[in-house]
Design a protein. Sequence first.
Length: 324
Amino acid sequence: MMIKKEGTMLTVREDIKVFDCTIRDGGLVNNFHFTDEFVKGVYDTCVAAGIDYMEIGKNNSPTLMSEDDFGAWNFCKEEDIRKIVGNNDTNLKIAVMSDIGRTVNDELLPKSESVVDMIRIATYIHQIPAAIELAREAHEKGYETTINLMAVAKCFDTELDEALEMLNKSKADVIYIADTFGSFYPEQIQELTKKYVKIGRENGKQVGIHAHNNIQLAFANTIEAMMYGTSFLDVTISGLGRGAGNCAMELLIGFLKNPKYKLMPVLKFIEESIVPLEKELDWGYSIPYMVTGQLVEHPRSAMKARDEKDTNYTKFYKTLMDAE
């Protein structure tokens, strides 16, 4: 199957879904200690802007992670979600993310008892059997499902091919390209997208893209993936997310030519809620994040440097180079 560009910059594709991750990925910046008011603001903005999905946080188990250390959106209990969305009588679908190794399958409610629509499963390659099992259980309980395969930049081609064959025979509806380290360039995303889309379509799956902005290519990589057939496009408002952050919602919906997406509500939320938050939290492009992205490394060392306000960039670069 030959994968070619699907449309031009002026094409409206009905398969495209804009997927907000502001609270879930942004929660990695402040251990999910968002106020209910802020989360409700994101929800209302997504509804007004015509966004298709909102990932309201993680459904990690409080038996495995401390509720003293993390805010409510690391656990996404049903009663907490309903405080924000009620019965969610809107076109916006609600998602939560399950980290393999941090969830208890038996705690997952049947869809008939939950306002959540989709379970997203984050997995490393060695955890794939557990991810497939969780996708099966979530599917049987009535949820839409995705599997997000992380750290693929560290996989050998044969490992990735085998992993994709396994994932595409799972019950998951969507398989995600996850640029975990923010290290991919558009030509690499193009080749990955062709690989994912080819195998996905052979097995009735759609493909998603979750990009990080370490080398300032999250937006470009998201567009590249979309052009070659990716349907689910992850964004966060003002790029709020771990480390260098993500593809910015306002950039993507300003680019898409579908009139269902509205930019004004996003700009309003940014000026009222994100601008004040920028004085409290640190995220977005910086030299340490660029270095970890270029070296295909997890940004934890860059996050530490940012926390310590260490601007000795030459030493930071040399330390990471010497560690290779």
